[in-house]
Design a protein around this ligand. Sequence first.
Ligand code: IMP
Ligand code: MG
Length: 178
Amino acid sequence: MGNDLQKVLLTEDEILARIQEMATDIWRDYEGKDLLLVGVLKGAILVMADLMRALPGTAPMDWMAISSYGSGTKSSGVVRIIKDLDTDITDRHVLIVEDIIDSGLTLSWLIKNLESRQPASLSVCTLLRKPDAVTVDVPVRYVGFDIPNEFVVGYGLDYAERYRDLPFIGTLDPAVYS
Ligand code: IMP
Ligand code: MG
């Protein structure tokens, strides 16, 4: 596991099994609708890859890259678009695919931004959710796992661009970032 990680929080098998369940739920709700999956770079790349393959049918994807200004590791909710969608989402059913929601500030900005483009509907799917996210008014329709308030890496999630390639999700030893 390496010395930087404290423990494995979710194994690869647990992650993939839960994504399969979420894909079944999503297809039940969207089958026959013009669904567009919108991923948020870069953390959501692995969630998107496994979720779209787990869906019982085909749905196109698009991506946004955003950066949130903040001091240190906390996001401020002040967001800048680095890469916008290629697609016009007007009248389409948009499902935002996220890796993790912490404060929820980035996501609430993104929801306001996408709502202004008049999609037919807008919902959120996230693999992980931390406790603070529950206190913010962000409607999240599909949640993989509610996790404790610890910094996690792996399965797309990074610390300083490292650990994204781990197939599981683990907690980082606080000594690494303190
Ligand atoms: P929020 O605006 O605080 O909800 O920020 C969410 C973003 O912060 C996520 O999309 C991640 O990029 C990053 N993030 C939050 N918590 C973690 C974590 O535990 N590990 C890795 N990245 C995290
Ligand atoms: Mg992210």
